[in-house]
Design a binder for this molecule. Structure first.
Ligand code: SAM
Length: 279
């Protein structure tokens, strides 16, 4: 069984992960709505005029900010994933929102210089292969004084829910993709000192990381869809033969028992809210 190279982020997000996020858009939007609200509140309090949403995915946050700011402001979502950008454009269409969506690598794309007065992200900045150069690139696109408002995961240890599926599956699937500390990926921004250094060396000022512990919930009926499509297990389970697959699902399902409360799956998302500005 072959897993996609975890370091090839473009392949991953244009392949299994990107399609899983598109298919799970409704579930993920509801699950991560509390984070979106924080980013919308921040942009609205600033009355931002030009917002960039990094790794915007299927565009929920970009569209929510665009709706809140109204027509005097321009919101742009950038993402490396073609299926996710296509879904984001469709969302803007059906929600009647004016937001632009750009299919590009935020790490290297030549954005218009001095354009944005707010750069936001919900879980979209931990995947850069060269994070310092990426944040220097984003700094060039920002006006002097522009605000940075990013949400990223703290460590895997702080987020046991997020690794419950792969830990339960590992004995049955020895070739499951593993996570490497500080490597591009979900927990790539777990270390606060590393994040501070990346942003400072990328030319940003006033860096502050604040822990965010947000209760999240999904209906129990969504749990299997969640763990069979997303994360490292979701990337490989499609290649597993039915008898092993059934045992796998049973084992993983049991690992989530501790998160079940009256037909709901509940967990706390341990994240950073990362602030900075273009000095
Ligand atoms: C965990 S998803 C989050 C999506 C969205 N922000 C949300 O909260 O629904 C991470 C997103 O980052 C995007 N991404 C990863 N590397 C990127 C890069 N170098 N440039 C732009 N987007 C990138 C992925 O394609 C994916 O859509």
């Amino acid at each position: 069984m072959q897993a996609e190279a975890p370091e090839d982020q473009a392949a991953l997000w244009n392949g299994t992960a990107g399609h899983a996020w598109v298919d799970g858009q409704d579930l993920l939007d509801r699950l991560f709505a509390p984070f979106e609200r924080l980013l919308v509140e921040g942009a609205t309090a600033q009355a931002a005029r030009e917002v960039l949403d990094i790794g915007c995915g299927t565009g929920s946050t970009t569209v929510a900010i665009a709706r809140s700011l109204g027509p005097a402001s321009r919101c742009t979502g950038v993402d490396i994933s073609a299926p996710m950008i296509e879904a984001a454009r469709a969302r803007a269409g059906w929600e009647g929102a004016t937001a632009d969506f750009l299919l590009a690598d935020a790490e290297t794309h030549r954005f218009e210089q001095d354009r944005f007065d707010r750069i936001v992200s919900r879980f979209g900045v931990m995947f850069f292969g060269g994070p310092i150069a990426a944040f220097a690139n984003l700094r060039r696109s920002a006006r002097r004084g522009a605000a940075l408002d990013l949400i990223a995961w703290r460590s895997a240890e702080d987020n046991p829910f997020m690794t419950a599926a792969e830990r339960a599956a590992a004995p049955l699937l020895p070739c499951l993709p593993t996570r490497k500390p500080d490597a591009p990926g979900q927990f790539g921004f777990a270390d606060p000192e590393r994040v501070r250094l990346i942003l400072e060396q990328g030319g940003w000022s006033g860096i502050a990381l604040r822990p965010l512990d947000i209760p999240c919930a999904m209906p129990e009926a969504e749990l299997e869809r969640y763990f069979t499509r997303l994360g490292p297990l979701g990337r490989v389970i499609g290649q597993v033969e039915p008898p092993v697959r059934d045992r796998l699902i049973e084992a993983v399902r049991a690992a989530f028992d501790r998160y079940l409360h009256q037909k709901e799956v509940r967990f706390t998302a341990a994240c950073w809210r990362i602030a900075g500005f273009a000095g």
